[in-house]
Design a binder for this molecule. Sequence first.
Ligand code: ZN
Ligand code: CU
Length: 482
Amino acid sequence: MTKFDIVIRNGLVIDGTGAERFRADVAISDDRIIAVGEVDPTLWAREIDAAGLIVAPGFIDVHTHDDRALLSMPDMTPKVSQGVTSVVAGNCGVSLAPLALAEVPPPPLDLLGSEPGWFHFERFGQYVEALRESPPAVNYGLLVGHITLRHRVMDRFDRAARPSENAEMQRQVDAAMKEGAIGFSTGLDYPSAVAAPTEEILPLVAALKPHDGIYCSHHRNYFDRLEEAIDEALAIGRETQVPLTISHHQCTGAANFGKGPKTLAVIDKARQNQVVGLDAYPYDASSKTLDPGRAQPGVRIMVTWSTPFPDLAGRMLDEIAQGWGCSAAAAAERLLPAGAIYFQLDEDDVRAILAYEHTMIGSDGLPHDVHPHPRLWGTFPRVLGHYSRDCGLFSLEEAVRRMTSLPTRWFGFRDRGVLRPGAFADVAMFDPVTVNDKGSFTAPAQPAEGIALVMVNGNIVWQANRHTGMRPGRRLRREPGA
Ligand code: ZN
Ligand code: CU
């Protein structure tokens, strides 16, 4: 009699709770884990040998721009090759729905790719339905973005939304939540959102309250007004009593170096009075659309894509400017629309932020960049290999907790992020000795090392360095307290 579809044998289980690893078999039936422990060897159909490997819950990438990739690159190889089994999309104010646009998407909507035609979901529910009909390899939680709503509702962006426009955006947040979103995001330093005052954001976040939604904030400034911007985000969360995620927490620019411990202290204090979480990626360089205003002397910038000059992807802005005999800012203007990597973070701050016990891991990877930031392919293995094993920033058990049960509790993804009987069979198997990211800033698109097998809802999607072609991903609901 066969009772289980698959049993993973001989591995060391790190269950995602932070508990120490232990030797156990993991038995899976259909999409669920049925047993963790000793399993009768006559009862399974298929055996997977995990000798020498860690068996962990699949990782949750809490900060992504995968909205369109879930449809256009449904294998999601940059993610599953890292052990990622679930993503949260729609961050930084940019979501694929609800918005229909015939033309090339204007920045920063082009974070989702600069080709026309992809923004064609008038209703959030149509996007949800498209994903249900053509599922990706990973599970997905979806946010609705403020910038997307501004583009839907407003004719110009250098002003606050009028009361009627704000009412329409509130209606759209409400509709998106009813049709499958888990929350709302902002990107308040992007040109089409900088003119939105706090008063514009407050009612949009408040509209989440009846739905138990979550607010993910790429706040107003990560540079010279960093502290002020964090205060604004905290105030919005406090006033609306909606859980606040501070997105890609970082202290950008030389003037901010060393501030990490201070901003963390502010967040820690706020946590006594309100619900606050945060995410970060494990690199000392950031990436977003190319901003000529940031092309200052001494700032190293790499071009990740450029519509007028596609061949220059991967080149340093300084070199391009030299070749053209102009300033870096002038070169940046000519390259637009374009994306960039900014080498402007302090390694000690990156470590302090990663080491903070409440920090979740989010890649912020940009899947449509021609020459992406290496975080797209390497975030999770880099935390496990480089920061946990090689730098000793925290134990492997703690590293796994940051990318599994911490985010599933925060977002309310029921029965995920832990290896225990009854949980969904989202599994990442990896070699603790070799796991690491392989991509670099010059050659970013490299599958990680040491990820042996990845399973989503009981289906193997990645094995022996290859995608199996399976696409078993499902939409994730937010069920607080789950
Ligand atoms: Zn952002
Ligand atoms: Cu982002």
